[in-house]
Design a protein around this ligand. Structure first.
Ligand code: PSU
Ligand code: MN
Length: 305
């Protein structure tokens, strides 16, 4: 935890030192995942939800070259207003951003890294990156999967969007030994929808069960993280065909526009939002709230073990 590049905010540091529950939250979802002002409102509300479910929130980002675990409301507002002007920071960006004293919005990858440096074990987000459709020729596979393979943090998400090849994403996680847990379901949820047609490894049904499984993984010193897929609440889920038509259209447009590399995911997310007239944004916000609550309750259960 002695890390000259890391600032853990005092409330988070105290909770970690005293063995109290803390939940890490990412910042790419703020700067690149949602428009202003909904991004700032959502990020602040997510922190409140973590608190009201018994944990301390630690939103993670890189600010002025400092790795930050725990942001102020002003810092969250800054990231939300700056939007895509802030670098989307994955593992390969981290060293240069820090060396140059720059800002970075952390993806699942860098949020896991910084959470682990700060002693935080549980992380809530919306969706993870994965193996993109067409990866057999583009080789576009998110660094998030590699991080899950190597960094011991539990990531609670709503599954993965079908902008990805969900089958190949699951194969990759299997190869790397990452447990994929459905929360109250045997099917991998697909972010906007509760169903995808793909099975998860295990269904667990309570924060206590999640915490117990993660405790064994840590006690046995098994490499890597654990992926928990928590389906969007039914009342906020989107129609399966409507969302999948929008995703197919977004992918077709991205091919026409020659989008690739780190631009791919933000481009597809923005196009899907445009094509669904904003309905997808509401679903996105609700599923993040749902994941934040489960993460806080799981962090609390983990601290009791
Ligand atoms: N998927 C989503 N919403 C997001 C992201 C992915 O449904 O906001 C963001 C996350 O920060 C994730 C990153 O870690 O995109 C993955 O980007 P890439 O595919 O370039 O690795
Ligand atoms: Mn990619």
């Amino acid at each position: 935890m002695m890390n000259r590049y890391l600032d853990v905010n005092p409330e988070v540091a105290r909770a970690v030192a005293e063995g109290r529950p803390v939940v890490a939250l990412e910042s790419t979802i703020i700067s690149h995942g949602m428009p202003y002002p909904q991004n700032v409102e959502t990020a602040l509300q997510v922190e409140q939800i973590v608190r009201s479910n018994g944990a301390v929130p630690a939103t993670i980002a890189i600010l002025g070259g400092r790795l930050k675990a725990g942001l102020t409301a002003d810092e969250i507002t800054y990231l939300g207003k700056a939007g895509t002007a802030v670098t989307k920071a994955s593992r390969r960006d981290l060293a240069v951003l820090v060396a140059k004293g720059m800002d970075g919005a952390t993806t699942v990858t860098t949020t896991m890294m910084i959470a682990h440096m700060a002693g935080i074990s549980i992380f809530a987000t919306g969706g993870i990156g994965g193996v993109h459709r067409g990866a057999e020729t583009t080789m576009d596979i998110s660094a998030d999967l590699e991080e899950l393979a190597g960094t011991p943090v539990m990531v609670i998400c709503a599954g993965a969007k079908s902008i990805l090849d969900l089958g190949l994403t699951l194969e990759y996680l299997e190869t790397h030994g990452v447990p994929v847990i459905g929360y109250g379901t045997k099917e991998l949820p697909a972010f906007y929808t509760r169903r995808s047609g793909f099975s998860v490894d295990y269904e667990l049904d309570s924060p206590e069960e999640l915490a117990a499984a993660f405790k064994v993984q840590r006690d046995l010193n098994l490499r890597g993280g654990m992926l928990v897929a928590n389906p969007i609440p039914e009342e906020y889920a989107m129609d399966f065909d409507i969302i999948n038509r929008a995703i197919d259209e977004a992918i077709a447009q991205s091919v026409r526009d020659g989008i690739h590399g780190k631009e791919s995911t933000p481009y597809l997310l923005a196009k899907v939002k445009d094509l669904t007239g904003g309905d997808s944004l509401e679903s996105n916000i609700r599923l993040v709230f749902n994941n934040a609550a489960l993460a806080a309750r799981t962090a609390a259960a983990y601290c009791r073990l």
